[in-house]
Design a protein around this ligand. Structure first.
Ligand SMILES: C[S@@+](CC[C@H](N)C(=O)[O-])C[C@H]1O[C@@H](n2cnc3c(N)ncnc32)[C@H](O)[C@@H]1O
Ligand code: SF4
Ligand code: SF4
Length: 317
């Protein structure tokens, strides 16, 4: 199912640092945030040792987007991009855009490979964007994206639509066009938990006899996720549990059982294994086996059985 030979897409969470506090982010919502956040980086030596192009002949995308990180906060972010730029694949960076100077962003545009995108999370067409992106500065983000685009960088404007900002959607789209963004992506966030989503979730939980098959989104995309601790896991959806378990020690469901039964720190951490070994590890086999077991991982069930996901609308500008 997953091997380094067939792998096409790697998500990498580079750090546990970020400069702002978005209201729906794990950084704000987790009960264990103080023990998890602002502690570590995935270091450059580990990256150079464990991610070598020859190991991944079919790689197409490196995606710097984790659950808790602002990738641009990594002190060696330019060096990391330079490492992957040699691979001849696409690089994507998801950012809140409010860190660093305009010259830092100009340099980033210069070292990016020809196929790349920086996705700017800007949820408004002016300072209203700071309502969700608490601690950000619209003006600073604007200076940064202008500098990046002027230096040849290719950008996507990502707008998370909420009740408080949806009236600015069209203005933001026009602004993105005028500023030279390539694409505009609207996210209608599921994190509001609408009645419809709650109903679907309740239905999925209440009738295990008639449950849908799990169709693993990441396996289908030949994609994996590596978090800032160096743990290699199948997807971003399992990352909040992966980050919380070492500090909470709480067995919440089948996922934590699989971690403990298989000595997870030795089994899937880049300090001890290669990406290929992690993909063939006991933890990963436990996760795959769980999809057809009586007791499934609730996160796999809610994400990949009923397909309750954010809706993404992508438009070329
Ligand atoms: C945790 S962030 C990490 C990357 C970077 N710090 C950023 O915000 O773009 C990962 C992704 O989640 C998105 N995100 C944040 N809040 C969200 C929400 N309420 N619903 C859907 N996606 C959200 C971000 O825009 C980003 O694309
Ligand atoms: S910028 Fe990204 S990582 Fe930082 S708080 Fe917002 S969503 Fe979370
Ligand atoms: S939640 Fe489970 S089934 Fe869905 S992508 Fe992740 S590992 Fe695969």
């Amino acid at each position: 199912m997953w091997t380094s030979e067939t792998l096409e897409w790697i998500d990498i969470e580079l750090t546990s640092f970020c400069n702002i506090k978005c209201k729906g982010c794990f950084r704000v919502l987790s009960d264990y945030k103080d023990d998890i956040l602002n502690k570590t980086y995935l270091d450059l030596d580990t990256i150079k040792e464990k991610f070598q192009k020859e190991m991944f002949p079919n790689i197409k995308i490196i995606n710097f987007c984790g659950s808790v990180d602002e990738p641009c906060s990594h002190p060696q972010f330019h060096e990391i991009v330079e490492h992957f730029a040699q691979w001849g694949c696409h690089i994507n960076v998801a950012t809140n855009g409010s860190l660093r100077t305009t010259s830092w962003w100009e340099k980033l545009a210069k070292i990016m490979p020809p196929s790349h995108r920086v996705t700017w999370g800007i949820d408004g067409s002016d300072e209203l964007s700071e309502v969700y992106r608490e601690g950000s500065s619209f003006k600073k983000v604007q200076q940064n994206f202008k500098a990046f685009i002027a230096a040849g960088g290719q950008s996507v404007w990502q707008f998370i639509s909420f009740e408080h900002n949806e009236h600015q959607l069209e203005t933001a789209k026009q602004m993105a066009k005028d500023e030279g963004f390539k694409d505009f992506k609207t996210i209608i966030s599921h994190r509001k938990d609408t009645k419809e989503v709650k109903h679907k979730r309740a239905k999925a939980d209440s009738n295990p006899g008639e449950r849908a098959c799990i169709s693993c989104k990441y396996a289908n995309q030949k994609r994996i996720f590596v978090n800032h601790m160096g743990n290699v896991i199948p997807c971003c959806h399992l990352n909040s549990k992966m980050l919380e378990f070492p500090v909470s020690g709480k067995h919440k469901d089948r996922f934590e059982d699989i971690l403990v039964e298989n000595d997870y720190m030795n089994d899937i951490n880049l300090k001890n294994v290669t990406l290929d070994q992690a993909m063939n590890s006991k933890v990963w086999n436990g996760i795959k086996d769980s999809w057809t077991d009586d007791v499934r991982i609730p996160k796999c069930e809610s994400t990949c059985a009923e397909k309750i996901r954010d809706k993404f609308i992508k438009e070329q500008l």
